[in-house]
Structures are given as structure tokens and as C-alpha cells.
Design a protein around this ligand. Structure first.
Ligand code: FE2
Length: 367
């Protein structure tokens, strides 16, 4: 558990995640169809915006906003040109957006947006923002005086096309990739500017091996609703996957968004049937599963069929798997996770997956 020192930046939790994408209309269709997100709100030229279109989607408490540029001059167009589709805003809900901005900027954060109040007939939302790694932004959202579908300026979006949800509930964590030697710098930012603590249950030494070639630390806010693991590349036998991300994203940014489900078998069955591509897990991964994680409630056969990974820590176990990147650059992907007590992030799976792949290689006589 984290320390009980005064919370210098009280956060209610994640508010929404906004991605800047090349074609928000088509991306919205993908996240509805493949991930089961429900349509909520829309803003664009029809609602008076000149430079962008935004679609707001929701599944239980996860709010996803997809935004595209409409003209080539906008900062959104620049963002998409440089990074490809990527996460721009990790928006956090706060009690007081002005105070959050004042406190964080006075502690050294770079301002993205001074506090402002947005109003319409449904009430008001106060927003402000600061930069974190790369061009990624933490927007502070104060929405206690608002009843509308999302924010002032957005209208309800209620198309007929509404595929069923797949059981995704909340954002579990969002991982950032930063450059060589920058992990500690950004952990310091989260500690000193945002008042986060490092989650001690996650031992960064365990995954800093030849196999994985990355280092990672997990920062969390006081109520542990907001968790930001930070990765940096490390020297290994092969090029670090973090370095590959940095090359193709052209800088630091969000690597993956982990979404929590209460039943990973149902969720992944639905997502696979809707065409979501997940990382390949060799059958050999399941050879030593029972020895590695002990007794679990799920049938190993069912997990193997779906390629679901399992890891255990001192508090329990977790089930997880990762999508392939959701765009053509090898950058942003999603994780689906179910927690059965475990508070960690699946570090045991790095090594287990690597060893499973080596066993496959050995079977083919190539090792
Ligand atoms: Fe993760």
C-alpha cells in the first residue's frame, strides 16, 4: 500500500482517454464493433467546431474520445502526421480543475491549457491541462455541475448501430513509453508534481532481463484508481520493443491502455469473434502454467484456446492478454485484464512468454 501522506493532487479517477486519429468516423465504428463501446456524444462542424470532429464512446465507466482534424493546419493534423493515431489526452476527473492546474504548474508542470469554464444548458464543466511525457496531456476535468452527455459543445449521438458491450468496465492502467534513461525523470514528475507514489509490489528488476529489454516502474495516485506504469528501453539480446515504439511514434507516448473486465473469458471470446487481433501465445506457454501460478478458478484449456495469460503475485492472480497494435505503426495497443486479487501488472508473463517461444523454436529444431 502507498503511504498516507497528504494527497497533493486529489484525483477522483480517469475521466476519459482521447485519441487523435486520422479518421474518427471510421475509428468510432471499429471501437463500437470490435470493442463493444456505445455511442454517447458527437461534436464537429454540425455543432459549430471548425477544426475537428470528435466521437465520444462509453463502456461502463470507460470513456473514449476519438478526434480527427478537419483542416491540415490544426495541431491535431500535426499530431496525427507525426505520431500516427495516438493517445493525446489522459483526462483525469478532479474536484477543482483550477486548483489542480495551479498546484501542478507551480510545482513545475508545463501548462497545456489554463483553467477555463465551458457552459451550455446542461451546466458547466471546468477544464485545465498540463503536459506529461512527449506531447501527451493530462486534462483536469471538473464535471460535478454538469448533466449533459459529455461536455458543453457536444450533442447526443444516438445511431441505430449499437453492437453489444463486451464486458469492459474501467481503465485499469495506462502505460507510457519514454526515451533511454528517462524513466526515473518521469517517475519523479509523477511523484513531485502529481503527488503519486511508486507501487512497491512491482519489482522493476524482475523484468529488466535479456529477454524483455525494458525497465518499468508503476506510479499510482493516492486512491490507486489512476496507475501509470512508465517504461524505458533497455539493452537486450534484441532491439527493445520500447525503442521500436519510440522510433515509430517519434517520441514518448502512451504504449497501451489496459481495460478491466469481470470475466475475461467472455470478453475475449466476444472480441475475437468481432475480429480483434491478439498477440500470439504459443501452446507451450501452458505447459508449466499450473506449476507457475498454482490453483486457479479457470480451466487451463479455456485459457489456452483464447490465448489468455496468467500471473500471480503475493495478493492473488491476474489474467491478461494484449491486442496487436490497433494501427499500422507498431505503437499503441490495448490490454484486457481481469484481477483476482493481484495488484501487479503481469511481469512474470514476459519471461514465461519468451521461454514458451523458445520451446516452440526448440521443437522445430532451431535452437
Ligand atoms: Fe499493462
Amino acid at each position: 500500500m502507498t503511504t498516507s501522506k497528504k494527497d497533493i493532487l486529489p484525483l477522483i479517477g480517469f475521466d476519459h482517454i482521447e485519441m487523435y486519429v486520422g479518421n474518427a468516423k471510421q475509428a468510432a465504428h471499429f471501437y463500437q464493433t470490435a470493442f463493444g463501446f456505445q455511442p454517447v456524444a458527437y461534436a464537429g462542424p454540425e455543432t459549430g467546431l471548425r477544426d475537428r470532429s470528435s466521437y465520444v464512446l462509453r463502456q461502463h465507466k470507460i470513456q473514449l474520445v476519438l478526434t480527427s482534424p478537419i483542416s491540415p493546419e490544426s495541431e491535431i493534423a500535426e499530431h496525427v502526421k507525426r505520431h500516427g493515431d495516438g493517445v493525446k489526452m489522459l483526462a483525469l476527473e478532479v474536484e477543482d480543475a483550477a486548483q489542480s492546474w495551479q498546484d501542478t504548474t507551480s510545482r513545475g508542470a508545463r501548462s497545456y491549457m489554463e483553467p477555463k469554464t465551458l457552459k451550455d444548458d446542461e451546466g458547466e464543466v471546468r477544464v485545465s491541462g498540463i503536459y506529461t511525457y512527449g506531447e501527451t496531456v493530462h486534462l483536469f476535468v471538473e464535471r460535478k455541475n454538469y448533466k449533459g452527455p459529455f461536455m458543453p459543445g457536444f450533442e447526443t449521438w444516438d445511431p441505430e448501430y449499437k453492437p453489444e458491450p463486451v464486458g469492459l468496465l474501467v481503465v485499469d492502467h495506462c502505460v507510457g513509453n519514454v526515451g533511454w534513461g528517462k524513466m526515473d525523470e518521469w517517475c519523479k514528475f509523477y511523484r513531485e508534481v502529481m503527488g503519486f507514489d511508486q507501487l512497491v509490489s512491482f519489482d522493476d528488476k524482475d523484468i529488466s532481463t535479456d529477454y524483455t529489454a525494458l525497465m518499468s516502474k508503476v506510479m499510482t495516485n493516492g486512491n490507486e484508481k489512476v496507475k501509470f506504469p512508465i517504461n524505458e528501453p533497455a539493452e537486450g539480446k534484441k532491439k527493445s520493443q520500447i525503442e521500436e515504439y519510440l522510433d515509430f511514434y517519434h517520441g514518448a507516448g502512451v504504449q497501451h491502455i489496459a481495460l478491466l473486465t469481470g470475466n475475461i473469458i467472455e470478453t475475449v471470446t466476444a472480441m475475437r469473434s468481432r475480429g480483434v487481433d491478439f498477440l500470439f501465445v504459443p501452446n507451450t506457454y501452458y505447459d508449466d502454467l499450473k506449476e507457475r501460478v498454482g490453483e486457479i478458478d479457470e480451466e487451463v484449456e479455456a485459457l489456452q484456446k483464447l490465448g489468455i495469460l496468467v500471473d500471480r503475485d503475493e495478493d492473488g492472480y491476474l489474467l491478461q492478454l494484449f491486442t496487436k497494435p490497433v494501427l499500422d505503426r507498431p505503437t499503441v495497443f490495448f490490454e484486457i485484464i481481469q484481477r483476482k486479487g493481484a495488484r501487479s501488472f503481469g511481469k512474470g508473463n514476459f519471461k514465461a512468454l519468451f521461454e514458451a517461444i523458445e520451446r516452440e523454436q526448440a521443437r522445430r529444431g532451431n535452437l
